[in-house]
Design a protein. Structure first.
Length: 139
């Protein structure tokens, strides 16, 4: 079984998220989605609408998702990686992480995890920030 780990904030679920998760699932057999904790999301400048439990509950309702967990509040993704031991970590095309760095850190944990980037979603509203902006403009 090939275990794939995808992660994100997933504050306002949209088709870009669904595309990311579907493509992530296509890389393996079992998809685990790690939801950024409220602490982590806020630390990175996100103004949340939904808390981590609500975001987790929403993502867990998607058929393509096999497991959901909330990431550690200390913002150390490699603690989560060590627990899950994924074969593949997927990153969205726009996630600002260094693929080689992640693979090297996984090797230090004794894992042969590969990083794969997903393709962009071809839609006009493909991010939570665009949705929030559109809502504000319509008021």
């Amino acid at each position: 079984m090939i275990k794939v780990m995808a992660s994100g904030v997933f504050d306002i679920l949209h088709l870009g998220h669904v595309h990311y998760l579907k493509e992530s699932k296509s890389f393996g057999d079992y998809l685990v989605v790690v939801i950024a904790s409220d602490y982590t999301a806020k630390k990175h400048g996100k103004e949340l609408i939904f808390n981590e439990k609500e975001r987790s509950a929403l993502i867990s309702e998607l058929k393509i998702v096999d497991e959901v967990m909330i990431g550690h509040s200390d913002d150390n993704i490699f603690k989560t990686v060590a627990e899950l031991k994924p074969d593949i970590i997927t990153l969205g095309y726009d996630q600002k992480f260094n693929d080689s760095y992640i693979e090297n850190e996984c090797r230090k944990l004794g894992l042969n995890t590969k990083v794969k980037r997903t393709t962009p979603f071809d839609g006009n509203i493909n991010s939570s920030s665009k949705i929030k902006k559109k809502i504000l403009e319509s008021m």
